[in-house]
Design a protein around this ligand. Structure first.
Ligand code: IPM
Ligand code: MG
Length: 357
């Protein structure tokens, strides 16, 4: 399997280095992976004048999977929109057709106290958010900022377009139903159909697909209520499916139920299970270069890479079990530390994982 590694910015290079060490450890045991490196995000804009350079595009297109760290940082905050690091991420998602974003939020029992919610509300939490990733208001045309005559006189107006085609909804719906079928068989589709036509269509299509999945129980929820239910009683959810924008927001919310966003991996898949794998968290510029970032979300993303793009369930489970083991042994990076556990840095954490492997 050819893996394109894109470390990116901030803590990205530190955490991807540790995930790569884990993959290399498994390679010593017969895993067949070849790694190639490219630039994405702010570092790419610095080096090549664009956040998603042609050389990176070529590597990513030719690879079987992409392992990404994180992009962005204050250094690039004042750049034009096309040069911003986030454009690199949006560009590669669109370019590779990675429409299905899987964001699991799992509470490891050892970390029950790391959540800001009461342990009884979150213990045993295991939610999968399926977020559509290449449509919606993120990519809709037209968009822009322009001077116009308005009821308040001539002034700047900003606009974006929220748009979904039936087929776009259907393909993400199928991914979500398939995922639910392999888990607790409950799917909650999140929309805002009381206000937005796009999401009325979303609800109609989800209801239509449900006929092909009689074993999966489909429910619908308005996004404002879903945001509330996630903190009120999150364990009512098994799989949630929603559009790009709502999914962005709800997945950050869900991640915090588990205590630390530093623990959560993600997969972004195309129609053939080629995928991009990245931690759910960002580039954390405030702690970059200090050797204290939690590498577990990226290491768990490597596990997802082996599972979905490598069809290698056994090595994926091996990594996930190693993570459970080091947590049980008491190893904690700063973001999940509590008194009585053993505080470690980025490198020591992955050393422990490798020892467990
Ligand atoms: C995410 C991020 C991105 C998004 C940003 C960095 C463009 O927030 O992956 O959730 O909004 O999709
Ligand atoms: Mg986000």
């Amino acid at each position: 399997m050819k893996i394109c590694v894109l470390p990116g910015d901030g803590i990205g290079p530190e955490i991807t280095a540790e995930a790569v060490r884990v993959l290399e450890t498994l390679r010593g045991d017969g895993l067949n992976v070849e790694l190639e490196y490219g630039l994405i995000g702010g570092c790419a804009t610095d080096a090549d004048g664009t956040p998603y350079p042609a050389a990176t595009q070529k590597l990513a297109r030719e690879a079987d999977a992409v392992l990404l760290g994180a992009v962005g940082g204050p250094k690039w905050d004042n750049l034009a929109r096309e040069l911003r690091p986030e454009r690199g991420l949006l560009g590669i998602r669109k370019d590779l057709g990675l429409f299905a974003n899987l964001r699991p939020a799992i509470l490891y029992p050892e970390l029950a106290n790391a959540s800001t919610l009461k342990p009884e509300v979150v213990s045993g939490l295991d939610i999968l958010i399926v977020r559509e990733l290449t449509g919606d208001i993120y990519f809709g045309q037209p968009r822009g900022i322009e001077e116009r005559d308005t009821e308040w006189g001539r002034q700047k107006v900003g606009w974006n377009t929220m748009i979904y085609a039936e087929e776009e909804i259907r393909r993400i719906g199928k991914v979500a139903f398939e995922a639910a079928r392999k888990r607790g068989k409950k799917l909650c589709s999140v929309d805002k159909m009381n206000v937005l036509e796009t999401t009325q269509l979303w609800r109609d299509i989800m209801t239509e697909i449900a006929k092909d999945y009689p074993d999966v129980e489909l429910s619908h929820m308005l996004v404002d209520n879903a945001a509330m239910q996630l903190v009120r009683a999150p364990k009512q959810f098994d799989v949630m499916v929603t559009g790009n924008m709502f999914g962005d927001i709800l997945s950050d919310e869900a991640s915090m139920l588990t205590g630390s966003i530093g623990m959560l991996p993600s997969a972004s898949l195309d129609a053939n299970n080629k995928g991009l794998y990245e931690p759910s968290h960002g580039s954390a510029p405030d702690i970059a270069g200090k050797g204290i970032a939690n590498p577990l979300a990226t290491i768990l993303s490597a596990a997802m890479l082996l599972r979905y793009s490598g069809n290698d369930e056994s090595n994926a489970v091996r990594i996930e079990n190693a993570v459970k083991k080091v947590l049980a042994q008491g190893y904690r990076t700063g973001d999940i530390y509590e008194p009585g556990t053993h505080k470690v840095g980025t490198r020591e954490m992955s050393d422990a994982i490798i020892a467990a492997l």
